[in-house]
Design a protein around this ligand. Structure first.
Ligand code: GDP
Length: 363
């Protein structure tokens, strides 16, 4: 795909490590500015090196505090960090708030912790698509660790967090009903459980309850496999980038439970160790490759759906607009089936022309 000169130099700047270019490209992604597709398309060749970590949990669970401490610890190890904070509903423009947050919480004065907030409100099109594209931008930039922080609630957030290779679910100590009330969907996507606020009463009990639940899940085959389907891998033993399916993959992954006191940074090192262990499991078991395939397949489908949809809307407009057509149906002049066929005809003709051209080219 071809880019205009301005975008080309923007891409060069991003690849050269200019944070300003990274910020501008993410804005283009959010706004779907002209040329964003060509830009994202060019990013792919430079991606694949980052560890993408998803952190989710209810409001007040301590996500922001923990993410700050995690970023700081990674920085101390010499890793660069990008944070995407997803704010599904906030009326605030989160950028400034989050920027302050990081500045206050972080001892590192450099830009190697790059924070970006994204909200459903500020994002044209799907938030999960925009998040995935923003991850691509940070990955291509060269960030070693990319952290997606999101409030765990609806399907939308679950879709978003699936962009991550490893998902940590924060569970604060609670009255005991908490585990039961956690959304099943949230529990199923957890690769690691973090009982934050372990300084609070009831932490040990929450850990025990999670342990029981994980064990139960292991036995019933529900949890314990994380959010990735082992069957798919087994069904494709012939994919040669996969290690032997008889290896670690068969054992699956049992989500560990880590206790943290985010405000003091306690337990963060252990959390980092578990994230590393999960990463290793993903690669060794072949799940990492499978995750990537699943994600790319979904991206291809989403793009095609959007493109075809836009194309059909154009055709519909050219045919007189849906309102006039609906009125024609009401008047008994035609029917929806005939209209659908008529509207699709030029698109289908166009596609078959393309195929004929492609055949001619390949000869
Ligand atoms: P978020 O909404 O999940 O991002 O939660 P925040 O990170 O904003 O934390 C919510 C509140 O819990 C803040 O007042 C934090 O200072 C506090 N907090 C976070 N982690 C801990 C912890 O480990 N122990 C205690 N006691 N408080 C914590």
């Amino acid at each position: 795909m071809s880019m205009d000169a301005a975008d080309e130099s923007l891409l060069e700047e991003l690849l050269a490590g200019k944070h300003r270019a990274l910020a501008r490209i993410i804005s283009k992604i959010e706004n779907r500015s002209p040329g964003y597709r060509e830009l994202v398309s060019e990013l792919y060749a430079h991606t694949g090196d980052a560890d993408v970590i998803g952190i989710t949990g209810s409001p007040g669970a301590g996500k922001s505090t923990l993410v700050d401490k995690l970023a700081e610890a990674y920085r101390d190890q010499g890793e660069t960090v990008g944070i995407i904070a997803i704010d599904p509903s906030s009326p605030f423009t989160g950028g400034a708030v989050l920027g302050d947050r990081i500045r206050m919480a972080s001892t590192v004065g450099d830009m190697d912790v790059f924070v970006r907030s994204m909200s459903a409100r500020g994002t044209l099109g799907g938030l999960s698509t925009a998040t995935a594209d923003a991850v691509k931008a940070m990955d291509a930039f060269g960030k070693d660790k990319i952290i997606i922080e999101t409030v765990g609630a609806g399907q939308n957030e679950i879709d978003i967090v699936r962009t991550a290779d490893s998902v940590a679910v924060l569970v604060p100590p609670g009255s005991g009903d908490d585990i039961q009330t956690l959304k099943a969907g949230i529990l199923e996507i957890a690769d690691i459980f973090v009982v934050n606020k372990a300084d609070r009463e009831g932490a040990a009990r929450t850990v025990q309850e999670l342990r029981d639940m994980v064990q139960l899940g292991d036995e019933s085959g529900l949890a314990g496999g994380g959010h990735h389907s082992q069957e798919v891998i087994d069904a494709h033993d012939d994919w040669d980038d996969e290690p032997d399916a008889d290896g670690a993959a068969d054992e699956g992954w049992t989500p560990p439970i880590v206790e943290t006191v985010a405000v003091h940074g306690t337990g963060v090192d252990e959390f980092i160790d578990e994230l590393a262990a999960h990463r290793e499991y993903l690669v060794d078991s072949g799940e990492h490759a499978e995750q990537a395939r699943t994600r790319y397949a979904e991206e291809i489908r989403t793009l095609l759906r959007e493109d075809v949809h836009a194309m059909l809307e154009d055709e519909l407009a050219a045919a007189g607009g849906v309102d006039d057509l609906a009125e024609a149906v009401r008047q008994g002049e035609t029917d929806p089936y005939s209209i659908a066929t008529d509207v699709l005809e030029p698109v289908a003709a166009c596609l078959s022309d393309l195929e004929t051209d492609a055949d001619a080219d390949s000869r």
